[in-house]
Design a protein around this ligand. Structure first.
Ligand SMILES: Cc1cc2nc3c(=O)[nH]c(=O)nc-3n(C[C@H](O)[C@H](O)[C@H](O)COP(=O)(O)O)c2cc1C
Length: 220
């Protein structure tokens, strides 16, 4: 069982979010997972330019660190997504990574994986965790839960969040082992899958790679 933590705070070792991602990975490791932490801010990931070449060919025109990270995402059973709250949402570094995953969402490539999210904010973190959890459902993944810290509440908030993140990481690993079925999420995943199949069919002339991908799955 492999679990990858993806952190997008530019503050490196000073980052509260990084500590939460690490705590979740520690919990997952205690439950038997092989874990790895990637700091997105140390990678060269260029902006999506919306050329749609990935829809057509399944490959991005940019030659940077994205593909290696995406390969790691695909090789993982579980993902811990971490971003601080920057103006009510994820950091630009996290958003840049997500924007590069448009082909992955059309093909629902996170189907069968389990995810959780962590965030820290001056006063609010749930804007970020709600966004990331909704997004992971959109990619086809199941969501175990989220944890955050509001730093204006003092160091105790961080300590408490780290404790909760350890438990969250353990739950993530347990969900993977049990292939836990979240009934409510399954309904949303089904609707999203139908939506993207329809979209790809509508664009079959230009999105050749995605049309072929769904064809190989017999549109299931
Ligand atoms: C550009 C910027 C925008 C921010 N916007 C918000 C915000 O909208 N809401 C909030 O609660 N905190 C906001 N903050 C505070 C950070 O979320 C907070 O410092 C956080 O703990 C940083 O996480 P890190 O330690 O993992 O880097 C912002 C900080 C920066 C630098």
């Amino acid at each position: 069982m492999k679990i990858l933590g993806i952190c997008a705070s530019p503050r490196g070792r000073e980052s509260s979010t990084l500590r939460l991602v690490q705590a979740a990975l520690d919990g997952a490791k205690a439950s038997g997972a092989e874990v790895e932490l990637v700091d997105v801010c140390k990678l060269d990931i260029k902006f999506c330019n919306a050329c749609q070449v990935c829809f057509k060919k399944g490959e991005c025109v940019h030659k940077d660190d994205y593909q290696d990270l995406f390969d790691k995402i695909m090789a993982s059973d579980g993902l811990v997504w971490g971003s601080p709250n920057y103006f009510h949402t994820v950091t630009a570094q996290m958003k840049t990574l997500i924007d590069r995953m448009a082909d992955a969402v059309h093909c629902q490539l996170l189907t069968g994986k389990y995810c959780c999210s962590v965030s820290s904010g001056g006063s609010n973190y749930d804007q970020v965790t709600t966004y990331l959890d909704g997004l992971m459902l959109n990619f086809g993944a199941s969501v175990t839960g989220s944890v955050g810290a509001a730093l204006s509440q003092g160091p105790k908030a961080q300590e408490e969040a780290e404790k909760k993140a350890i438990v969250l990481g353990k739950s993530l690993a347990e969900d993977i082992k049990a292939k836990r079925d979240y009934v409510e999420q399954r309904k949303m995943q089904k609707e999203t899958r139908e939506y993207f199949k329809k979209l790809v069919k509508m664009n079959k002339e230009s999105w050749e790679h995605e049309y072929e991908y769904w064809n190989r799955l017999n549109w299931n």
